[in-house]
Design a protein around this ligand. Structure first.
Ligand SMILES: C[S@@+](CC[C@H](N)C(=O)[O-])C[C@H]1O[C@@H](n2cnc3c(N)ncnc32)[C@H](O)[C@@H]1O
Length: 217
């Protein structure tokens, strides 16, 4: 069985609250998921800020964090608990996002967010980019109809690549919006807008932020 590569995995393997593996995740959250099947998923989460705010702003959704890095999961969990001391509507999956999605029930997810994934700019590493034909088909099966995927990146080429990948699957998803400069086109000062840690870094460097939103047909 595939596992994230780390020598410290066992230390947390039995900590139910961490819900490390997809199998654990479904087992431990069974009751909650049966009562409330609305999942909001952030993949390639990295840091905690965006996720903690999602938890706060979406008390009626079950918010799930999915990333490969254990150190970031621990940090995100601590921060999310501090910022949302009474919230029970979140859980963490320490796993590869594609493998986790494969295990999710069909039409079980309402929204998927992916912010500032590694752009994999070297042509040889393009295969690591998440949204390609196969994963778009996978996500199509897992999302409820009419629900959405939100993607933000600082890399124009990544933005373009992802947009083209979805274009080839336009029978499955419609593009709701695309932005080539979020800070010029959107009200980023509004309470609804959540800025991520990586975003703060790119903005401080004067970079533009690109965004794509797709809806399942
Ligand atoms: C650049 S960071 C994300 C930054 C964060 N979303 C933000 O905007 O501040 C990318 C994260 O994606 C995670 N990641 C990379 N490949 C992944 C995969 N296949 N499944 C889940 N997470 C992955 C990495 O561990 C890393 O924490």
């Amino acid at each position: 069985m595939w596992r994230p590569k780390t020598k410290h995995f066992e230390k947390f393997d039995n900590d139910k609250n961490f819900c490390f593996t997809p199998e654990n995740f479904f087992q431990e959250n069974k009751n909650f998921l049966e009562q409330n099947k609305k999942i909001l998923l952030e993949i390639w989460t990295g840091k905690w800020k965006f996720f903690s705010n999602l938890v706060k702003k979406n008390p009626d959704l079950f918010c799930v964090w999915c990333d490969l890095r254990k150190d970031r999961l621990i940090n995100a969990r601590q921060k999310t608990e501090i910022l949302n001391p009474d919230a029970k509507n979140f859980s963490f999956v320490w796993w590869d996002a594609k493998i986790f999605l494969e295990k999710c029930g069909d039409e079980s997810i309402e929204k998927i967010y992916m912010n500032f994934p590694d752009a994999c700019t070297d042509k040889k590493s393009w295969k690591l980019r998440f949204f390609q034909q196969e994963t778009i088909e996978l996500v199509y099966k897992k999302l409820k109809s009419w629900w959405k995927i939100f993607i933000k990146t600082d890399d124009f080429e990544y933005f373009y690549f992802t947009r083209v990948s979805f274009f080839f699957k336009k029978n499955l998803f419609r593009e709701i919006s695309h932005s080539k400069d979020v800070y010029a086109e959107q009200d980023v000062e509004s309470d609804d807008y959540i800025c991520t840690e990586f975003e703060e870094k790119w903005i401080a460097q004067g970079k533009k932020i690109f965004e794509l939103v797709f809806e399942k047909k």
